[in-house]
Design a protein around this ligand. Structure first.
Ligand code: PMV
Length: 360
C-alpha cells in the first residue's frame, strides 16, 4: 500500500457546519521508534501499549466559509486561546491537505484538554494529534457516509502520523505495531496496526504507573533527537536490533513469558537513552532520580521475584510496568519507596487501554 490509497475522491454529501468530539489516549512504546525519514516514516518498526487514563479530549467545530484560499482555525487549551500552537497545526494542515481536500472550505475551532497535567513531562503530541486526526476523519465521514470503518481508523492513524509519528499508535488498542516488519503481517510504515497475533492473559490490563521525575520542558525535542540518528555511529545496528526485538517479542507475548518481556523492554528503554548519549551532539534526558528508581526496581525484583519492570520515554519520567495480578504488592512498594523520587511526589496510575472513543 502507498500514500495514494489515502487520496480521496470527490465527496458525496454537503455539510454546512457542526461539531465533533473525540478522546484519544497516549501510548508507551515497548520497542522504540527513534530515527525517521521524511514525513515521519520510521527507520524501524515499533510496538506500544495504548494507555487508558492519559488522554486528550478534542472538540472540532466547523462551519463553511466563503473563501478557500487559506486555512482558518483557532485553538483553545482548557478554554484559553493558544496562538502559540498555531504553527504546528498550520504545518499539519499543509501536510494532510492532499488527503483531506476540504480543509480550506471550513473555518475550524479546535478545543482541547488533557486528563494529565500540563507540565508533567508527558508529551501530549500523541494523544493530541490522534484526537485531532479522528475529529477531521469524522467530518470526512459526514462528507462520505459510505466510508467503511476499517478505512476510517486506518486513515486516522495515517493522518495522525503526519502530525507526530508515534500518534499513529494512539487510535486503537491495546497493542499497536507501526513500521514494516517482516514478522508482522500487514505492518506498514504509513499507519499503526492492531497487533494481529495471540496475546497471553498475563499482558491483559498490564499496569503502567508513571513516575513524574521531572515535569519541566525537555531540553532536547524528539524532532531534534530523531534527526541525530542520521549519521549516528550506531544507527544501523540499532535499527536492526529493533527489528530483532519485535520478532523476539512475538513468542514472548504469546506464551506470557514475563521474564523475557522484562529483559527485552528494559533493554529497549536503555538503548533509546544510549542513542541520545552517543549522538553528536550528545545529551542526557535521564535525571539522578531516574537512576535511583531503576536501581530500586531491580533490587525489589531480585528480592521478591515480582514482575516489576520499567521503560522510559524521551524524558526523565519512569513508566513502571507490571501485571495486574501483582498490582497490590507492587503499588505498595511504589508508594513506599519510589514516590519520594518524583517531583512533588506526583505520579499517575494508568493501564493498557483499548484506544480512542467518540464522545456523543
Ligand atoms: O512521535 P515522536 O516524534 O514524539 O517520537 C516519540 C519517540 C519516543 O517516544 C521516544 C519513542 C516511541 O516510540 O514512542
Amino acid at each position: 500500500m502507498t500514500e495514494q490509497h489515502f487520496i480521496p475522491k470527490a465527496h458525496s454529501n454537503a455539510v454546512e457546519s457542526g461539531k465533533v468530539t473525540w478522546e484519544s489516549p497516549s501510548n508507551i512504546a515497548l520497542v522504540k521508534y527513534w530515527g525517521k525519514k521524511k514525513d515521519q516514516i520510521p527507520e524501524n518498526p515499533s510496538i506500544s501499549f495504548t494507555l487508558n487514563n492519559c488522554k486528550t479530549i478534542t472538540t472540532l467545530g466547523f462551519s463553511k466559509k466563503a473563501s478557500t484560499s487559506n486555512f482558518e482555525f483557532e485553538i483553545f487549551l482548557d478554554g484559553e486561546k493558544k496562538d502559540d500552537f498555531k504553527p504546528k497545526i498550520q504545518i499539519f494542515f499543509e501536510r494532510v491537505e492532499v488527503y483531506l481536500p476540504f480543509l480550506k472550505e471550513y473555518k475550524f475551532r479546535i478545543e482541547t484538554e488533557n486528563t494529565f497535567p500540563h507540565s508533567s513531562g508527558i508529551a501530549s503530541s500523541a494523544s493530541g494529534m490522534s484526537a485531532l486526526a479522528l475529529c477531521l476523519m469524522s467530518l470526512k465521514k459526514m462528507l462520505n457516509p459510505e466510508m467503511p470503518n476499517d478505512y476510517f481508523y486506518q486513515k486516522a492513524s495515517f493522518l495522525a502520523r503526519l502530525g507526530s509519528g508515534s500518534a499513529c499508535r494512539s487510535i486503537e488498542g491495546d497493542l499497536i505495531v507501526w513500521g514494516h516488519s517482516k514478522a508482522i503481517e500487514g505492518s506498514s510504515d504509513l499507519f499503526g496496526l492492531k497487533y494481529p497475533y495471540k496475546v497471553h492473559e498475563n499482558f491483559k490490563a498490564y499496569q503502567d504507573t508513571i513516575l513524574l521525575v521531572d515535569k519541566g520542558e525537555k531540553q532536547v525535542s524528539s524532532t531534534v533527537g530523531h534527526n541525530l540518528m542520521h549519521n549516528h555511529p550506531y544507527a544501523k545496528n540499532r535499527f536492526q536490533q529493533a527489528h530483532n526485538h519485535l520478532e523476539k517479542l512475538k513468542p514472548i507475548l504469546e506464551l506470557g513469558d514475563l521474564d523475557a518481556f522484562i529483559a527485552l523492554i528494559e533493554s529497549e528503554a536503555l538503548t533509546l537513552h544510549a542513542m541520545m548519549m552517543t549522538s553528536n551532539p550528545y545529551f542526557i534526558l535521564m535525571k539522578p532520580n531516574t537512576l535511583e528508581i531503576i536501581n530500586k526496581i531491580w533490587k525489589f525484583r531480585q528480592e521478591t521475584g515480582l514482575h516489576i519492570s520499567f521503560t522510559l520515554d524521551a524524558g526523565a519520567n519512569v513508566h513502571v510496568l507490571y501485571p495486574k495480578n501483582e498490582a497490590s504488592q507492587i503499588l505498595e512498594f511504589i508508594k513506599n519507596e519510589l514516590v519520594v523520587y518524583c517531583q512533588n511526589g506526583h505520579y499517575i496510575c494508568d493501564q493498557i487501554g483499548m484506544g480512542a472513543k467518540k464522545i456523543d
